[in-house]
Write a protein that binds this ligand. Structure first.
Ligand code: ADP
Length: 663
């Protein structure tokens, strides 16, 4: 059964002739229609009141009523109640209302006196069905019209002659044109000539449709905009092409953004390619995704295809890659490869890594080379995936120069040591000889001779001290001195220094005092080196303090450190010299005094303190005195340079300690 019948019908009879009204009511009551209610109205006004108050399905409408007649009755009813099916019930003489008009506004019509029960039944059924179908169609049309009108894209319909006949509101604002501008405008006028040619070339009329044509359109003010058009052709019921529809999107902004991105991409690529150091982009699987020309030079101009999309070791022609058929990562040496480690650490930690120096063995042009590279690696995310940008600079020549310099330094140091050693023996003999003569063993020495012999002795002593200092310093500089770190008592060191220096202080009439806090614990340090430090500081303090002055040594501890302060009330150090006194051979110029020295003492002191992982500071005021403050960790470790074979620990330490990592 049709859905329209499922509900029961409410019928309104609008008829001023009582007889006919009764007749209709009776016929309807007898009909097979599922009627729920029948109401009657004798005038149009009364009918409208009923229609306002209640929802009727069908109106049986006589056109000639006391308050309205003819077509007017029909038009008013159908316009005011568009959801109600209308069956016009006319008299046979009602000729002024044409059938065409009735068909336009009503769903069915009956001529009084010419229909029977069956006809009435059918008429009502058809009227309800037709109204229902019309209503559905109308709603659908309204829906599509709303979509059409409210679309945020321009929808344009052109007729067979390629003139615009229909468009939505957006088209007007999109092109800045009015209805008058648009109506029947030839479509080709919307495009620059060459673009129209391009569109034509798609042959849309033959193909039926073409999506996403990127082209340009001209707005009313002459501005050109980038658009994306989808075109399709409509066919009529005979299959003939009639209208064509264009759906147009403004892509100017998208194009602009794309252009900016393209330009940015090109710039970045240009920078990458033109960088004066080798640049590699490596993905999370260790595969090289991009390189610049410097990398090609490093690997002796191999083809890009031999480098790009290859594991890093293969790309760089690493010798270890050639040891395994599977290439980079599979030879026994690969797990220890510093290059692979750096990449892995950066991928895992997502932190930059700077300034690692590594040596690789590469096989290029059938020969083996062992270049040194300085490497910095930066994590980047590209298309949501982790990558590493690696900057590689060939530092082989720099490394060679460094090695040569090192060798030269070692030669020099060897030379100085040899010369100093060679000087020591004859000097000792000379000192011995002078001492014997001075003591009078070789005969009586007169005052004048004694004076010259004293000068010779003083100079020989000075030379001896200088040789000792030079040898000491040389050893420390060349990192040939290993500290003998043991658990030691700083108090013992202080006592030894006090005993040794007491006589010297007394001779100069300088008061020397030592103060050691009670609870100072044992500490780890090199005993003899610490004696050397304290001797030097106390020796200097006595040397630069005039008679009746005071020199005091104070030893304390706290926060895991030993604090040793050596203060004097001597001549002090000028401010401008304070930063230089720890430099080797630097001596403050004191022309009015005859104080001797080598200028190496404080350089040696500083070196020893640094090797213990400690610090030395100085405060001084001219003519008032000087204080040297030493801080030493209670548990000193010997610090040495990092040899390359320990790169492993070095890399890990640096990540952990974040010394070379940049957050
Ligand atoms: P030097 O052999 O000349 O003593 P050092 O390296 O021990 O060499 O000291 C460098 C310079 O620092 C000295 O020449 C001296 O002028 C200055 N100096 C060091 N200690 C003191 C001090 N306690 N008082 C004043 N000047 C000092």
């Amino acid at each position: 059964m049709n859905s329209a019948y499922e509900k029961t019908l409410k019928i309104l009879i609008v008829e001023d002739e009582a007889l006919f009204d009764v007749l209709l009511q009776r016929m309807l009551a007898k009909s097979s229609l599922p009627i729920a209610q029948i109401e009657s109205a004798k005038s149009l006004d009364a009918a409208f009141k009923l229609l306002d108050n209640s929802q009727f399905d069908v109106v049986l409408l006589d056109l000639n009523l006391p308050d309205s007649s003819g077509l007017d009755t029909l038009v008013r009813t159908s316009q005011q109640y568009p959801n109600v099916a209308i069956v016009v019930v006319t008299g046979s003489d009602d000729e002024e209302v044409g059938l065409e008009q009735i068909a336009r506004y009503a769903q069915e019509y009956l001529v009084k006196g010419t229909f029977n029960l069956e006809t009435l039944d059918k008429c009502v059924r058809y009227a309800v069905e037709r109204k229902h179908a019309n209503r559905k169609l109308q709603l659908a049309e309204e829906k599509y019209r709303a979509i059409f009108e409210n679309s945020a894209v321009a929808i344009m319909v052109a007729d067979e002659k390629e003139r615009l006949v229909s468009w939505n509101r957006f088209t007007e604002s999109f092109l800045g044109m009015t209805r008058e501008d648009l109506y029947l405008r030839p479509v080709k006028n919307f495009y620059p000539v060459e673009e129209w040619r391009k569109i034509r070339a798609y042959n849309v009329r033959q193909k039926g449709m073409q999506h996403h044509i990127e082209t340009r359109m001209i707005k009313k003010d002459g501005t050109i905009i980038d658009v994306d058009i989808s075109l399709s052709v409509l066919k009529n019921s005979e299959g003939r092409m009639t209208d064509s529809i264009g759906i147009v999107r403004d892509i100017t902004e998208r194009k602009q953004i794309q252009e900016i991105l393209d330009r940015k991409q090109k710039n970045l690529e240009a920078i990458f390619d033109a960088a004066p150091v080798g640049m590699l982009l490596i993905d999370e699987n260790g595969v090289v995704k991009r390189v610049n020309d410097v990398i090609r030079q490093i690997v002796h101009r191999r083809q890009y295809s031999q480098i790009v999309n290859q594991p890093a070791g293969d790309a760089l022609s690493c010798i270890n890659s050639s040891y395994s058929e599977k290439g980079c990562g599979y030879s026994p040496a690969c797990p220890a490869c510093p290059f692979r480690k750096v990449i892995q650490i950066v991928l895992d930690s997502e932190k930059s890594f700077r300034g690692v120096e590594i040596q690789l063995t590469l096989e290029v042009d059938n020969s083996r080379i062992t270049p040194w590279f300085g490497i910095s690696a930066e994590p980047v995310v590209i298309d949501g995936r982790k990558h590493v940008v690696v900057a590689i600079s060939d530092i082989t020549s720099h490394k060679e120069a460094e090695k040569k310099l090192q060798e030269t330094m070692e030669m020099k140091s060897q030379f100085v040591s040899t010369v100093s050693h060679e000087l020591r023996t004859p000097l000792a003999a000379m000192k011995e000889g002078v001492a014997i003569v001075l003591e009078g063993v070789a005969g009586r020495v007169n005052e004048k001779q004694k004076k010259f012999l004293d000068i010779a002795k003083r100079n020989a002593d000075r030379l001896g001290a200088l040789i000792n200092d030079v040898l000491d310093f040389q050893k420390l500089e060349a990192d040939r001195t290993e500290l003998d770190i043991q658990n030691n008592d700083i108090g013992k060191v202080a006592c030894e220094v006090q005993e040794t220096m007491a006589l010297c202080a007394k001779q100069k009439a300088v008061e020397l005092s030592f103060e050691l806090a009670e609870d100072v614990p044992q500490a780890k340090f090199d005993y003899s080196k610490m004696v050397q430090v304290l001797m030097n500081l106390v020796g200097n303090a006595i040397k630069f303090t005039p008679e009746k002055g005071r020199v005091s040594v104070n030893i304390q501890h706290g926060n895991g450190e030993l604090f040793i302060r050596v203060s004097d009330t001597g001549m002090g150090i000028p401010k401008e010299a304070l930063s230089k006194i720890f430099e080797r051979f630097y001596r403050v110029s004191r022309p009015s005094t005859q104080i001797q020295g080598t200028g190496l003492g404080l350089a040696i002191v500083k070196k020893i303190i640094m090797m213990h992982g400690g610090r030395i500071d100085v405060e001084s005021e001219v003519d008032h005195g000087t204080t040297f403050a030493v801080s030493l960790p209670l548990a000193a470790k010997s610090t040495r340079k990092v040899p390359h074979r320990e790169l492993d620990e070095f890399l890990e330490d640096n990540i952990v300690n974040k010394q070379t990592c940049i957050e």
